[in-house]
Ligand binder design. Structure first.
Ligand code: MG
Length: 452
């Protein structure tokens, strides 16, 4: 079999296990990260996929070989690693997870001492050390040590319950019934446990934490049929689904209809801005619904490039109080600056409790947009075609604004669309969103045709 390239981006290093990603490479990245840090302590955790233990052991071995002490916190959500790094005053963190990618994939996500993604500049240094294989190996008496801590999910939950914006008394009064689908991933224990602590009755499906991804791993509507059926069957108030590393959250309403990942962020933003004034940062692929709701609540809305590291960097530089990515990734920096399905779930219940509405009724109060996300093979001359397309856009749209920071994004009175090359696959993505279903579809067809 042809050796596949590892996929490298600011969100980490990903590969197919046994075909690009192997223990030698994982150990080398551990040694490279330790060499980059020079000394100190690194927190390591993983999700539930079958290769998790193998890759984690290899990474730990690499770290220890260059004198780094490791705190292994076991199988945990990605945000739990981020929180542990900060609370333990560690020097960095590594989470072994390929997030929403299928089970044959695994990946490494690297965090700095703040428990946030390392910057592109830091990543370039790490990559240089890895490529030169210039690791600062230590003799036997200078190796790092390994310790194990298994209470970090509890700590993450306690931290979530202590967030003042989450109205625990109001949530308790509603006696929510919630069906949780954790796709047997790292959220299998954490998400149901948090909801129970908030006073909800929880029905668990795919919460065995055994790494059996029995449906598509991304929490998008086509993968949530089982959850939708369970919500109806149990007459629940809502359904919640996370991805395998539990940083993204998607919702299903009480009628068993998926409301889409986008609205998780809208609801969380609404709940925070209702209580605190401040700036919102969302990425350039996020639904206008979130921006509309934020603006209606008096917030300035700023857009960042796609990717958690980019959103967080802008949140810090602008002092934003809430934001995230429309793919269900809520970031609440006063809690911690990373996507987190637990704080997202707590904010959603808090919002529902306050509004005294069902989820479908709450969603009906939002401006309605029709959003289509599509992808197509990346033409070799994509940048040149983008330039040509830009000159054509006027015929298609009339009056519009362009943002060129991440591919091209066009904003016009009744909608927007964004075209960008994927960081991780040889495809480009197109997201179209307008107030009219037909217009959204027409626009999508016309844009895609230009790039065929
Ligand atoms: Mg994820």
């Amino acid at each position: 079999m042809k050796k596949q390239q590892l996929v490298k981006s600011t969100s980490g290093i990903r590969g197919v296990v046994g075909n690009g990603l192997d223990p030698v490479m994982a150990s080398a990245y551990g040694a490279a990260f330790g060499t980059f840090l020079k000394k100190g302590t690194v927190v390591v955790g993983s999700d539930t996929r079958p290769s998790g233990e193998m890759v984690r052991q290899a990474v730990v071995s690499g770290l220890v070989s260059v004198g780094i002490n490791v705190i292994d916190i076991g199988i945990v959500p990605t945000p739990t690693v981020e929180i542990a790094v900060k609370q333990l005053n560690a020097d960095g963190g590594i989470c072994v997870t390929a997030s929403h990618n299928p089970a044959e994939w695994n990946a490494l996500k690297f965090f700095n001492r703040a428990g946030e993604f390392i910057t592109p500049a830091q990543y370039r240094i790490l990559e240089k050390i890895f490529n030169l294989q210039s690791f600062a190996y230590k003799p036997f008496d200078k190796l790092g040590n390994i310790s194990y801590q298994d209470k970090w999910i509890d700590k993450h939950i306690r931290k979530t319950l202590a967030v003042k914006t989450v109205d625990r008394a109001a949530i308790k009064k509603r006696h929510f019934k919630v069906v949780v689908d954790a796709i047997n991933g790292a959220g299998s224990v954490a998400l149901p446990f948090l909801l129970e602590k908030l006073g909800a009755k929880v029905i668990k499906i795919n919460c065995y934490g055994n790494g059996n991804f029995i449906h598509g791993a991304e929490p998008i509507p086509e993968n949530l049929e089982q959850l939708c059926r369970a919500v109806k069957k149990h007459k629940a108030d809502l359904g919640m689904a996370c991805d395998p590393d539990a940083d993204r959250l998607a919702l299903v309403d009480e009628r068993g209809q998926p409301v889409g990942e986008e609205l998780t962020l809208t609801i969380a933003v609404m709940e925070v801005l209702r209580k605190t004034r401040g700036i919102t940062v969302i990425n350039l692929s996020t639904s206008r619904t979130t921006a509309d709701i934020a603006k209606a609540l008096g917030s300035q809305v700023l857009y960042s490039r796609v990717g958690e590291a980019n959103v967080v960097a802008m949140m810090h530089s602008k002092g934003a109080i809430i934001g995230g990515e429309g793919n269900g990734g809520v970031i609440y920096p006063s809690f911690h600056a990373g996507r987190d399905s637990l704080i997202a779930a707590a904010l959603v219940l808090s919002a529902l409790a306050w509004g005294k509405k069902s989820l479908s009724a709450l969603v009906k109060t939002f401006p309605r947009y029709y959003n289509i996300k599509s992808k197509a093979p990346l033409p070799a001359d994509f940048p040149a075609r983008l330039k040509r397309f830009e000159r054509k856009a006027q015929d298609l749209l009339g009056k519009y604004k362009i943002d060129r920071r991440d591919g091209l994004r066009f904003d016009f009175s009744d909608g927007w669309f964004q075209l960008r090359a994927s960081n991780t696959e040889p495809i480009f993505r197109l997201i179209v969103e307008t107030t009219d279903q037909k217009w959204t579809e027409t626009l999508r067809r016309q844009v895609i045709r230009f790039f065929r």
